[in-house]
Every structure is written in structure tokens, then in C-alpha cells.
Design a protein around this ligand. Structure first.
Ligand code: SAH
Ligand code: AVI
Length: 329
């Protein structure tokens, strides 16, 4: 498995420690959501996907199955006999399987920060598609990554499902799309799953499930800090809190300190007031046109959009805009 030098081993621990210390030192304490996905976090995310309240996974799978023929036609291009499929945040690989069956790429490159999930998904896909070249990359897609791209007349298609793009702030989403545009080249394409704006009650329920799986996913971040960075967070002294921030169009997840307390992380000490929060995740929701505008600024033209029957979730088929025609920054 290819590994970004900063993504595995002690170097990863280094950036995790730096990010945690920096995040807990800010006036609004914050931790980056990419650290949710240790082995337990990845399993908890899969459990979230099965919850009745968490509609995005079911909606995206349903719309992908319903429109798979059109998705295949969109991804293929005359004059390009082969496809390289690059998937960011591939996770357990459930959607990957569908896309590989439809697109029949000659090379598949899943990229994920969660090493165990990536390894297990790649092993499953190798059994299922024995002729396919699978080249997993363990790394952080918010940083420059070396992706082993085959050269030649090969159509490069990036797949970014699950609305993971919604976990990026607008400037980060722009930067990610710009980098991806450079990666796929002028003949490349992208398929992005994007969660849509909707009734705040539906959103609220999706991030406050009755069984408390999302709460366990959120609190697991503190358990990870305890285990990997010599932290002493008491998980009973924090509570999961998620709400829809309508003016900013995003779900925010926080961990609320239930009491006034101090917490140690290695040699660093942090004070919490009762009610003070650690901001752990944003999940931006878009309109179809709103997302298209973001993508266009980054060098992708929206060609197709597929939605589920309730119009809760969208999959955007986008093509690279030729450099001379792009107005992106
Ligand atoms: N694509 C799957 C999983 C989505 S969960 C689905 O649609 O169900 C988000 C995935 O992105 C997880 O597998 C997580 O490990 C990965 N991820 C999150 N932030 C990342 C980052 N900065 N770099 C690489 N992978 C990341
Ligand atoms: C991966 N990502 C798109 C999920 C989301 O909905 O923002 C992560 C998640 N957080 C809480 N529940 C699910």
C-alpha cells in the first residue's frame, strides 16, 4: 500500500498531536474531523450508515443504482479506451463496488486516512475483481498527495461519495476541487456525492440518532486522544451536541463540557468552563446550483446531476473545464 510520508507511523502521530494541541488552544476549541476515523471510529461510521435516521447513505446508494447506466455513459469518453478511477474517502468500499462494476476501470486507486478500513476494503475488492489493478493510497486528501497515476490515453475519473466534501469548509472544498482538477487533467471528470439542503428536523434527527451511535462516534475522538496522546479526558464529563446552523447551511457537531474542569493531553493542560464546547465537525448542505457554482470556480463544469426520489441527496457528474475557458482562481 502506498503511504504518504505524513500519513503513517510516528509522523502521523506528530501531526495528530500538533493539531490537537493547536485546536484545544483556540478560543473556540476545535478538533479536525479527519481524526474520527481510527479503527473504532470507522466501524462506528459504518453503524451510522445503517441507522434509520441517517438517510444519506441509503439515498446515495439508491440514486446510484437507479442511474447507473447514465453514470457509466457519463464517465466514458470517446477516444479513451480505459478509465483510471480514483476514489477519495473510500471507507468500507460499499459504493466503490457499484462504481467499479459500472465503470470497469483498468486501475482503481482508493485513498483513505483510515489504514485498516482501506486495507480491508482493498482486500474485499481484490477478491471480487481479480483482474483489476487496485493501488490503495493511505493518506490525507487535505494535503498534497502522491497518487500513482498511469499515463497514456486513459480517462481519469475521481469519485468522492458520501458528501465527505461537506465536511470541508468552503475554502477547503475549493482547494480540494482545484487540486483534483489538476490531477484529472483537461479530459478528466469527477463524480461527487453532495447532501442537499432540507427540512431542519430531518437533518437534526440524522445527527442525533435515538440509539446514540453518532454520540459514540463523536466521543470516540476523545478516547483516541486519551489512547494515542496520553490524554485524560473523562468521557462521562462530555456530551454530544449536534444542531443545524441555518445561516451557515451546516450541521455542527460539538462535545460539551458538562462541568468546569481541566484536562491534560501529554504535557499540555486545558481548562473548560461548564457548557464550553469543542467543535468537532461541520457537515455543509448544498443546493444543486450552489454546489455547481463552487465546482465551477474550481475548474469543473456540472454536466449531470442525479438525485434520489425524495431529492435529499445528489450525485454530480462534472467535467474538467479547459484551462483557457476556466475563470477559477
Ligand atoms: N465513502 C464512504 C465513507 C464516507 S466516511 C461512504 O460514502 O460511505 C468519510 C471517509 O473519508 C472515511 O473513510 C474517512 O476515513 C475518510 N477521510 C476523512 N477525512 C479524510 C482525509 N482528510 N483524508 C483521507 N481520508 C479521509
Ligand atoms: C462522512 N461525513 C459525510 C459524515 C457526515 O454526515 O457529515 C460524517 C458523520 N458525522 C456524523 N454522522 C456522520
Amino acid at each position: 500500500m502506498a503511504r504518504d510520508p505524513r500519513s503513517g507511523g510516528p509522523a502521523q502521530l506528530g501531526s495528530f498531536r500538533e493539531d490537537v494541541i493547536a485546536g484545544l488552544s483556540r478560543p473556540q476549541k476545535a478538533l479536525p474531523p479527519k481524526y474520527f476515523y481510527d479503527a473504532r471510529g470507522s466501524r462506528l461510521f459504518e453503524a451510522i450508515c445503517r441507522l434509520k435516521e441517517y438517510y444519506p447513505t441509503r439515498a446515495e446508494l439508491a440514486l446510484t443504482r437507479a442511474h447507473i447506466g447514465e453514470i457509466r455513459r457519463f464517465a466514458s469518453k470517446a477516444g479513451f479506451p480505459a478509465i483510471t478511477l480514483i476514489e477519495y474517502g473510500s471507507g468500507a468500499g460499499t459504493k466503490s463496488r457499484l462504481m467499479i462494476e459500472a465503470l470497469r476501470p483498468s486501475v482503481y486507486i482508493p485513498v483513505d486516512i483510515s489504514e485498516g478500513a482501506l486495507r480491508d476494503a482493498a482486500a474485499n475488492l481484490r477478491r471480487r475483481f481479480p483482474g483489476l489493478a487496485i493501488r490503495p493510497v493511505h493518506g490525507d486528501f487535505s494535503r498534497p498527495l502522491k497518487i500513482p497515476l498511469p499515463q497514456g490515453r486513459i480517462r481519469r475519473v475521481v469519485y468522492f461519495p458520501g458528501s465527505t466534501i461537506g465536511n470541508l469548509a468552503p475554502d477547503e472544498a475549493h482547494a480540494f476541487l482545484r487540486t483534483t482538477r489538476g490531477q484529472v487533467g483537461p479530459q478528466g471528470a469527477m463524480l461527487v456525492g453532495v447532501d442537499l439542503n432540507k427540512d431542519a428536523n430531518v437533518l437534526h434527527a440524522a445527527y442525533n440518532d435515538a440509539r446514540g451511535v453518532t454520540a459514540a462516534f463523536n466521543l470516540n475522538l476523545l478516547a483516541r486522544v486519551n489512547r494515542e496522546l496520553r490524554g485524560d479526558f473523562s468521557l462521562r464529563r462530555f456530551r454530544h451536541y449536534a444542531f443545524y446552523n441555518a445561516p451557515l447551511g451546516r450541521i455542527e457537531m460539538h462535545l460539551v463540557s458538562l462541568v468546569r474542569q481541566t484536562v491534560n493531553v501529554g504535557d499540555h493542560r486545558f481548562s473548560f468552563e461548564a457548557g464550553e464546547t469543542i467543535h468537532t465537525e461541520n457537515s455543509y448542505k448544498y443546493s444543486v446550483d450552489g454546489f455547481r457554482a463552487v465546482a465551477e470556480r474550481a475548474g469543473f463544469r456540472g454536466r449531470k446531476v442525479w438525485m434520489d426520489a425524495k431529492k435529499r441527496f445528489s450525485l454530480h457528474g462534472m467535467e474538467a473545464i479547459e484551462e483557457s475557458a476556466s475563470n477559477g482562481s
